[in-house]
Every structure is written in C-alpha cells, then in structure tokens.
Design a protein. Structure first.
Length: 280
C-alpha cells in the first residue's frame, strides 16, 4: 500500500482554492486522504477504463500509486455539488513536480522515457515543472474542467516562479504506426528544436516521421490528437523527437515542452497574467 505519512498525514490548514467555475473548483490536495482519493480516480481511469497494468501491489490496492506521489503536489478538481466530504467530490487530478523537489529526490518521472537532462542543462537559470498523471472522470470531460486544470497549473506556476512546464502526452495503444497521421503532424509542425530540442531515450526511441509532410491533412491530424496534447499545442507547446511505447499503460507517449514565455498571448489574456480569470 502507498505510504502517505509525515507532513501529508496532517491537514495543512485550509485548502487554498486556485479557481472556481460554478460548482467546480480547483486546488491542491492537503491531506493524505485526498491524495489517496486522487489515486483512486487515476485507477478508475487508467486501469478500469484504459486497461493499464500496474504493479501487483497497486492492482491489489485498487489505487494508482508510485514513489513519486510522496514528493509531488496533487492538483484536484472537485465538484462541490456532490454531497459528502471533499474526498467524495474529486473528479479530476494532475500531478505536479517542481525541479527543486525532483533534484532532492529521485528526479523526474519522464526521465525514464526521455533524455531531459541536456534540455535542462541548456537552461540552468530556468525552473522546470513536470505535469503528469492527468485524468478526469468521464462525466466531467468538459471545457470547464479543462479550463480549471489549466487555471490551477498556471496559478501554481506563478506561485512558484516556474519557467517551463513539460510532461508526457499519451496516445492510446502500443503501436505508433496506428497514429502515423498524428505523430507525423507533430514531427513536421511542432518539433522542439535548437535550445529546446529533446529526444526519447535511444533504446526506447520510436520514429514519429511516418508520413511525408505533403501527405498530411492538418485538420484531420488535429482531430486525431488526444484533447490534452491538442490543448498543449494551442498554448504554444513543442514536442520532443521520438515516441515511446509504454506497455504498462498501453500508450504511445510523446514529450510536451511548454516554456512559459511561449504561451500564446490570447491564452495569457484569457486566464489572466496573474491567474485571476477564474480565481475566487
């Protein structure tokens, strides 16, 4: 079973709400029980819905957990119209890991798939944040929920003075060739280059250049992309070179890199440069 103790075993005062739309609100988890509830949501989405195969201990517990949960912050979306305690109201979650925290512990999760060290070494004065384990219950996969997740990420980034967001974006299935259109579109149109270049680890690297650029219908390619990756691209994100097959989760992963300075101006205006668009 996951060990959620020490500071997380105690409530950390009153939860600070980062944003609210109607009955939905976003904030960080403040107790071990809330983190456990987020792990349950992840299990329901990744295992029960998507068929992921987690380690035996996690499968027995009915929770998606790993060692990173103890050092990450957990962004939550709650539906306050649901009766019960906050743990009963969690409908979506994101896992956030700051560079300073990662460096004091076991590094970043995505380093098991992508060679991110050279990227960070080229930007020694920038603070990186990894986003991961994003999931939302089916009934809440709406524009409002996505907006609140981004509101929470943006407010968190501002609070901690972060400069770059990155993380794995996943396409369903373990055969990259099934996503030839989407992966080729990403390769030809959004590839991170120069100072932002980053690649999949050599032994895991799967080619994304599966179709010539002139054969790609951009509209169809965008429709074939998962909403999360499409949302990153709208904000101004770039994609690393090479996909990685994650057999445990049954996905084909790409690395998304989003420097804060690259975020589209219209989105900064929408959420507010001070993250006050949906703030309470």
């Amino acid at each position: 079973m996951p060990r959620m103790e020490n500071p997380r075993e105690r409530a950390i005062g009153t939860a600070s709400v980062l944003g609210r739309i109607g009955s939905l609100e976003t904030r960080l988890a403040v107790t071990a029980a809330e983190i456990r509830a987020a792990q349950l949501i992840r299990y329901r989405v990744f295992v029960e819905e998507m068929g992921a195969e987690l380690p035996a201990e996690a499968m027995r517990a009915g929770l998606d957990f790993d060692a990173f949960d103890e050092i990450c912050d957990h962004l939550l979306v709650l539906d306050t119209s649901i009766e019960g305690e906050p743990v009963d109201q969690i409908v979506g979650t994101y896992r956030l890991l700051r560079q300073d925290v990662a460096e004091r512990h076991s590094g970043f999760y995505s380093a098991s798939e992508f060679d991110i060290e050279p990227l960070m070494a080229r930007h020694p004065n920038k603070k990186f944040m990894e986003l991961g384990r994003s999931c939302v219950l089916p009934a809440y996969r709406t524009k409002r929920t996505v907006e609140l997740l981004w509101q929470g990420n943006w407010a968190y980034a501002l609070r901690h003075g972060l400069d770059v967001m990155f993380g794995c974006g996943s396409l369903p299935g373990t055969f990259p060739e099934m996503h030839a259109l989407a992966l080729s579109f990403l390769y030809h149109n959004t590839l991170a280059k120069g100072e932002w270049s980053v690649s999949a680890l050599e032994h895991l690297h799967r080619n994304m250049d599966l179709m010539p650029k002139e054969a790609i219908n951009a509209k169809q390619a965008l429709m074939a992309l998962p909403p999360l990756i499409k949302g990153y691209l709208r904000l101004g994100a770039m994609i690393g070179d090479g996909a990685v097959v994650d057999r445990a989760f049954g996905t084909t992963d790409v690395l998304v890199v989003l420097p804060i300075e690259s975020i589209s101006g219209r989105y900064l205006n929408y959420y507010g440069a001070d993250a006050q668009r949906f703030a309470c």
